[in-house]
Design a protein around this ligand. Structure first.
Ligand SMILES: [Zn+2]
Length: 395
């Protein structure tokens, strides 16, 4: 096996070239440059050819007249390596800069309010349930709607719960709310408590329910969903369906909300997986991506427990322009979401080919839950290890 370039004996210099005279260094470099290029084109395997192979190449090269290299300088020459098959090639799409406030990953709280432009793609929960023959859960009111991409994950979660526990008492107690309805709820709560600010109901504009990405669970026996007993299965497994428990006890100081074991928020399977297994609330996750994983730096890389590999990064919105150029991978599935703070988050599915034409933002076609049961323990361990590496990079 050829000596790798990292294995040069101590004291011999970075490239092991200090043994040669200065004059020779330049010559050797230029000769190697030419020959390596040639060899790369021919076989692409020169680096593995061994020390004898390299020496032979250099000897033959000396037959080329030296004058040909008169302009040679000491500019470092990159050693060619075999093309990395995992290297992602990026192109870009133009996103309206205003779309920072749209997408599965938008952060909505008192600091980052949601302003609707009326374009939410809402679906009626009970109508869809009827169309799909779902009878084991329903919305408490027939006019309850939810954003289209959140319906299926919610239905899949509750369907799998029902198939396991045969509990048909779960009900959707809250879903999409207009800003006006949120205002009404807020005022009702103030009237009831006599407080100046509510700790139970979000201010208008600060509620995730206005995005259509969130829903509240209850049940039809005591109307008291606490995520305990059989219900604990829902709270523990929701992340497999792209859903997070948004307001946890140990994140009170960050979210500003008392714990709400009934409030679920759709963020998409990759992000729900990462946030849940790393115990990050949405505020922390959005900050992590903005602070540590810009497109121009290291990207957040992890593998979920279904073996899907992801690369996630942040792109700042171009506030001086109506559009922002967002780098996206060529030939691979990806999604783009605003963060409702200052930019876009790109999620690359590294081992999933693009399902549609390049350049079109895509919607994830499935949640990771569908193949979760096929996992082996070793796959899960691998996923954990890779996530661990990413987390270290993050800190
Ligand atoms: Zn809620």
């Amino acid at each position: 096996m050829a000596r790798g370039k990292d294995e040069v004996p101590e004291g011999s210099g970075r490239n092991g070239e200090n043994n040669m005279s200065k004059k020779n260094v330049s010559k050797e470099k230029s000769i190697r440059s030419t020959k390596l290029l040639v060899e790369t084109i021919i076989t692409g395997a020169i680096l593995c050819a061994g020390a004898f192979g390299l020496k032979g190449v250099l000897d033959q090269s000396r037959m080329v007249p030296l004058s040909q290299y008169a302009e040679d300088t000491d500019v470092p020459i990159a050693v060619p390596t075999e093309a990395d098959p995992d290297q992602i090639v990026y192109t870009s799409v133009d996103m309206p800069s205003a779309d920072v406030s749209k997408g599965d990953l938008i952060l909505v709280n008192d600091e980052h309010q949601y302003v609707s432009d009326g374009s939410e793609n809402l679906v009626n929960i009970n109508e869809l349930n009827e169309a799909y023959g779902i009878t084991f859960f329903s919305a408490i009111e027939d006019d309850y709607t939810i954003l289209s991409q959140a319906y299926q994950p919610m239905a899949d979660l509750l369907s799998d719960y029902y198939n396991q526990f045969f509990d048909d008492t779960i009900t959707i107690y809250g879903s999409y709310r207009t800003n006006e309805f949120q205002q009404q709820l807020y005022e009702e709560d103030l009237a009831e408590t006599g407080a100046e600010e509510s700790s139970r109901v979000a201010k208008p504009g600060s509620s995730e329910h206005e995005t259509g990405l969130a829903f509240d669970l209850s049940e039809t026996v005591n109307y008291d969903y606490n995520g305990e007993g059989d219900q604990a299965w829902i709270n523990e497994n929701c992340y497999h369906y792209g859903l997070i428990l948004r307001y946890a006890e140990d994140k009170k100081d960050i979210t500003g909300f008392d714990p709400e074991p009934w409030h679920f928020r759709y963020v998409g399977a990759p992000h729900a997986y990462y946030m849940t297994t790393k115990n990050l609330c949405l505020e922390e996750y959005i900050d992590l991506l903005r602070g540590n994983f810009p497109y121009t730096g290291a990207h957040l890389e992890f593998t979920d427990d279904s073996g899907v590999e992801y690369e996630v990064f942040w792109v700042p919105a171009d506030t001086a322009s109506d559009t922002t150029s967002v780098p996206v991978p060529e030939g691979l599935k990806y999604t783009v979401s605003g963060n409702n703070v200052d930019g876009f988050i790109v999620t690359v599915y590294k081992n999933r080919p693009a399902a549609t034409a390049p350049g079109e933002p895509q919607v994830p076609e499935e949640t990771s839950a569908e193949s979760e049961e096929e996992n082996t323990d070793s796959e899960e361990e691998n996923a954990d290890e890779e996530s661990e590496v990413s987390a270290d990079e993050a800190e």
